[in-house]
Ligand binder design. Structure first.
Ligand SMILES: NC(=O)c1ccc[n+]([C@@H]2O[C@H](COP(=O)([O-])OP(=O)(O)OC[C@H]3O[C@@H](n4cnc5c(N)ncnc54)[C@H](OP(=O)(O)O)[C@@H]3O)[C@@H](O)[C@H]2O)c1
Length: 325
């Protein structure tokens, strides 16, 4: 998030960084100067802070977002804590920055898999109105945080050296494996991650009638979530037209040249800002169906970049003041 702020030249006058006591005193570079990490406490914030990016899990968000909001600070929250609260805008700027309001200080950043999917779906929805979405995800370990990245690295090393593997972050060995469970199971047989994709997509696209079914799978990839999306539209739309619409949609890059085996890949998407779409084709199983493959960097568009873009939307709407933006 810090490097995204720097890369996009976000108009930061003063940057303060907070973490737990574990990281207190560590230095993170910002625009060539080290910024010392402070330990987060209920007294950390003051009225002169304009914008807080919060990304330390649900419990911290539940406690600290209201403290900041009461001081008049805009809070862009990465956790799932506030996403489905009716009064909280859940925003993907390419889709619904009009949900932002001056008085709504807490703003939720959606789930990573949902963000990249709605970026691709929304322009198609505007043209042919979506009825039903079937999505299967192939999600990178970094979606589960820094500890999960370390777990995959150490399991790959342990297996190569013939040592036993002990899963901690994930319920099973993730190295050389796939796990069809992300987050906990709910009573309806879906996982929490899968229901986030259902409920958040409806909220962001502003259409509670959308029928959506999701299956979320963790894969041994470090960065970059991939998804197979099949959409049934109310109106006829050809694969060629869907491709043209996606080519001119904001934030989307189409890579789709089957003859040359060109399509989006997580290794190409990692470190990039775009949502990549390919394998766009007519779905043979339903009349108005289109299937495609969508890949994006879950740490950037799926988290940090989308959060910073929400900050940019606040500046564009003049809810945050800044000379020259
Ligand atoms: N990773 C993704 O792709 C992604 C995407 C969308 C949303 N999210 C959400 O973003 C949130 C953070 O996820 P992450 O993947 O970035 O996790 P992470 O890599 O584990 O980082 C968690 C951060 O929270 C800080 N923290 C932990 N306990 C704290 C405390 N008591 N007080 C202050 N800071 C504390 C940690 O600081 P220390 O270094 O001091 O421990 C660390 O900087 C989660 O809610 C997650 O669901 C993640």
């Amino acid at each position: 998030m810090v490097s995204v702020l720097e890369e996009r030249n976000f108009p930061v006058e003063t940057l303060r960084l907070f973490a737990s006591g574990r990281s207190e005193g560590n230095l993170i570079p910002f625009r060539g100067s080290p910024v010392r990490i402070e330990r987060l406490t209920p007294d950390s914030f003051s009225r002169d802070i304009d914008l807080l990016f919060l990304s330390a899990g649900t419990a911290i968000s539940r406690e600290y977002a209201p403290i900041a909001a009461k001081l008049g600070i805009f809070v862009v929250d990465n956790s799932s804590c506030w996403r489905m609260e009716e009064a909280v805008p859940l925003v993907v700027p390419e889709v619904n920055s009009d949900a932002l309001r001056l008085e709504k200080k807490i703003i939720a950043n959606p789930n990573c898999s949902t963000i990249q999917m709605v970026c691709a779906l929304y322009p198609l929805h505007l043209r042919a109105r979506i009825k039903r979405i079937i999505v299967s995800t192939y999600q990178a370990v970094s979606g589960a945080g820094q500890k999960a990245i370390v777990e995959l690295e150490s399991q790959i090393k342990d297996l190569a050296e013939g040592n036993p593997v002990k899963p901690v972050v994930f319920p099973h060995q993730i190295a050389h494996n796939l796990i069809p469970q992300i987050d906990v199971f709910l009573e309806n047989g879906y996982t929490k991650e899968e229901m986030k994709m259902v409920n958040e997509t409806r909220k962001i696209m502003g259409d509670d009638s959308l029928m959506i079914t999701a299956t979320c799978v963790r894969v041994p990839v470090y960065i970059g979530h991939s998804e197979v999306v099949t959409v049934d539209f109310s109106e006829k739309i050809s694969a060629a037209e869907a491709t043209e619409i996606l080519k001119s949609a904001p934030g989307i890059s189409v890579i789709d040249d089957p003859d040359r085996s060109l399509y989006p890949l997580p290794i190409l998407a990692a470190g990039r800002d775009e949502v990549f779409v390919g394998r766009i084709r007519k779905d043979l199983s339903c009349e108005n169906g289109i299937s495609f493959w969508v890949v994006s960097d879950n740490l950037r568009k799926g988290a940090a970049l989308n959060a910073v873009q929400i900050g940019e939307s606040l500046l564009q709407k003049k809810y945050l003041s800044c000379d020259g933006f």
